[in-house]
Ligand binder design. Sequence first.
Ligand code: FE
Length: 363
Amino acid sequence: MMNNRSLLSGLAAALLSVSLLVGCSGGSKAVPAATTPAPAPTQPAKEQVVNLYSARNYPVDTVLYEEFTKQTGIKVNVVQGKAEELIERLKREGESTPADLFVTVDGGVLNNAKESGVLQAMTSATIEQTVPKALRDKDNQWVGLSTRARVIAYSKERVKPDQLSTYEDLASAQWKGKVLVRSSTSLYNQSLVAALIDTNGEQAVQTWAQGVVANMARKPEGGDRDQVKAIAAGVGDVAIINTYYYGQMLISKDAEEVKAAEKVALFFPNQKTNGTHINISGAGLTKHSKNKENAIKLVEFLTGEAAQAKFAAENFEFPVNTKAQKPELLKTWGEFKTQQIDWVKLGTNNKKALELLTKAAWQ
Ligand code: FE
């Protein structure tokens, strides 16, 4: 999903134009002040920007950023990277960072960013009104943009939904040689395990992970979509995947993806126990943001009804704004019980989760 090269060079261009403006005329296209003589006491109009360091990378993001620019005239520049690397970069750059927002897809990582001291509180009555308390940092250093569930995908042909119940059951004998899941290097799996450690305890989760590994249809490979394709191809019968990938496949331009997804259905596990595992995607205001107002405006825009409906319609994520329209697919999934987990735990349990997965030989 690497599609942000142009945005990357956009950032370079924007930074260049900003630094040129400091020095002299600039040469950037959207700077009316350069051609019209500015009234003496007013500053020449600087190009309005907001700079993102983002570990989130879905086509819908670009669509929304462009829409924001259209509405506000504020240009959105994105530097794409791995979350941990971006946090390190923010630490290293300190006051000189060009970044205004840090965007990522995991509650634990958002909290790590906060703990690393690279964020600051976002003050916005709008955000406090639209985003429920449980979906933002208690000090508003980060705000949720969407949630996603990690569920069980199953073969419509070979599995009856009443055979399915919990994540824990994926280690039981009935799934011998039938479980598909990506590698333990995936943060999605690490956070699922981190959450399970919180509810079940380390020992139980260790045994579970070993059971899942013993039940695997093949060594972990590919991403979540590849697990769905493998079910369709008969490699295995059940897979652990994020909900939105299934939605994306159903509306994919690739006919093979559509065909594969149609052979598969989703099951929301642990409804009778502690709920389905969810995670959060969110944005944090950087401590040394130079475009604070623009950054807050962007977060207000992204959590607004229209943008939230788009996250749901085009990426099948769950909106954080309860007023946002949901597409049919999300409606058919209905309401479901979600794990009540402190996002902080996903981060603090991460190391344990990784050790445990490695010990279980979950590649
Ligand atoms: Fe993803």
